[in-house]
Write a protein that binds this ligand. Structure first.
Ligand code: SF4
Ligand code: SF4
Length: 424
């Protein structure tokens, strides 16, 4: 049962210090020039909660960019192997938006579908998520089209919603969340205007205005079950044109209503959430995609600008592809796994020289099919939470939300004149 409390903004620093004092690693958004990034943070003053979206996602807490698996030493013909245990310190993700919180269900479905991944699972088990509802969005956000919402509680152990300049509504959702409250019980005050123990159903009603329509909610349930291109995502800025587009759609903080002290928690939350209008129905898109697989002209048209840099995968909270590489040094080496991306031309290159996805449009199609068709069908989860990072960071100004929306429209069935061979 979800419990609702109020915590003062001024008390968040104290909560943060108690988490650190208990020996937890705290990962939170930090300002970096005009952007925000998730980093390990040691001081509450370094946390910056006033953000629309970070550049990279919070998945690094459970799936780091690179991770050492074993070390080996060579001595003549002798090989000494040292297996490296997974690093899984107790970690709190502080201030992640609902889309990132929802992404852990997708990652979990991938990393535990046949057997539990030895490096992923202990990190997830030791992770507590303190989410932060969105009071502002931009033109790239489409969480409500994939079953999420700006106040969605899924994936969070506690969800904070800023009600006004001084107060946060705290929805305590899981036992992990209750354990955080016990650390600093006096900071979590009873919520006014409603019972302290609000049932999840009423909390859901509160979010419903901003959530996807019923049909999109079917898709939502799919989330519930649960290096040649070594440039990092952080180096890719959204083009100026995209930035202008984003700012036009951003809800200025001053335009947002704040909640009165006596308002019931559910309606107080509803009053401050960002408005993200659904753009497509993910379940409908999933059902249409198999028939569109062979419509090469659609995929060519969509991917003409794609340069295969892989940035979209590196910033994505749900992308989970990795490669395992040995880095040999003179007397030994290290085996590590590191992020990979289906947009890279080398991703499917066989040792024979054959490449089953030799053209960029085939790689783009794979990305869309994997997220919106294969994963829902095989794992019961969508591979997208609508965070919009891929589009914000794409150096070629590709926009996944727009492309998926176009696939959901009747015109997507039509064939065009462009040849697939034109986009090798
Ligand atoms: S869609 Fe954009 S970010 Fe993704 S591989 Fe293509 S050019 Fe790079
Ligand atoms: S595909 Fe794009 S919008 Fe969807 S979760 Fe990944 S980065 Fe976010």
């Amino acid at each position: 049962m979800t419990e609702t409390r109020i915590i003062q903004k001024a008390s968040l620093g104290e909560l943060f210090l108690r988490l650190i004092a208990e020996g937890r690693r705290v990962v939170a958004p930090q300002r970096d020039g005009e952007r925000h990034r998730f980093c390990e943070v040691k001081s509450p003053g370094a946390v910056a909660l006033d953000y629309v979206q970070t550049v990279g996602s919070a998945k690094t807490a459970v799936f780091p960019r690179h991770e050492e698996m074993l070390r080996y030493g060579l001595s003549g013909k002798d090989v000494q192997v040292e297996e490296l245990a997974p690093q899984a310190p107790p970690t709190v993700l502080f201030g992640v938006h609902p889309c990132d919180a929802a992404s852990f269900a997708t990652l979990k479905a991938v990393f535990t579908w046949d057997s539990a991944d030895a490096y992923f699972e202990p990190k997830l088990a030791n992770l507590t998520v303190i989410g932060l509802s969105c009071t502002q969005g931009d033109a790239y956000c489409f969480c409500t089209s994939v079953g999420g919402g700006p106040g969605d509680t899924r994936g969070s152990d506690i969800l904070l919603t800023p009600l006004d300049a001084t107060r946060f509504l705290a929805e305590i959702i899981t036992d992990k969340g209750q354990a955080i409250v016990k650390l600093a019980a006096e900071l979590f005050k009873p919520a006014n205007g409603a019972s302290e123990h609000e049932a999840p159903a009423s909390a859901k009603r509160a979010a419903s205005e901003h959530e996807a329509p019923a049909s999109a909610k079917r898709a939502a349930s799919e989330h519930e079950a649960p290096a040649s291109a070594k440039r990092t995502a952080s180096e890719h800025e959204a083009p100026a044109s995209a930035k202008r587009a984003a700012s036009e759609h951003e809800a200025p903080a001053s335009a947002q209503r704040t909640a009165s002290e006596h308002e019931a928690p559910a309606s107080a939350k509803r009053a401050v959430l960002a408005s993200v209008v659904p753009r497509f129905n993910a379940a409908d898109v999933s059902s249409r995609l198999p028939a569109l697989f062979t419509k090469n002209d659609i995929w060519v048209e969509q991917s003409l600008r794609c340069i295969g840099c892989g940035c979209c995968a590196y910033v994505c909270p749900t992308c989970s592809c990795f490669d395992i590489q040995d880095e040999r040094q003179r007397d030994g080496g290290v085996r590590m796994r590191c992020w990979d991306a289906c947009g890279f031309s080398l991703f499917t290159l066989h040792a024979s020289g054959h490449n089953p996805r030799s053209k960029q449009f085939e790689r783009w199609r794979q990305r869309v099919m994997h997220k919106f068709s294969y994963q829902p069908e095989r794992l019961g989860v969508l591979g997208c939470v609508g965070c919009g990072r891929c589009s914000r960071s794409c150096p070629a100004d590709m926009n996944l939300g727009e492309h998926i929306q176009s696939l959901s429209e009747p015109g997507a069935q039509a064939t065009g004149a462009r040849s697939a061979e034109a986009h090798a």
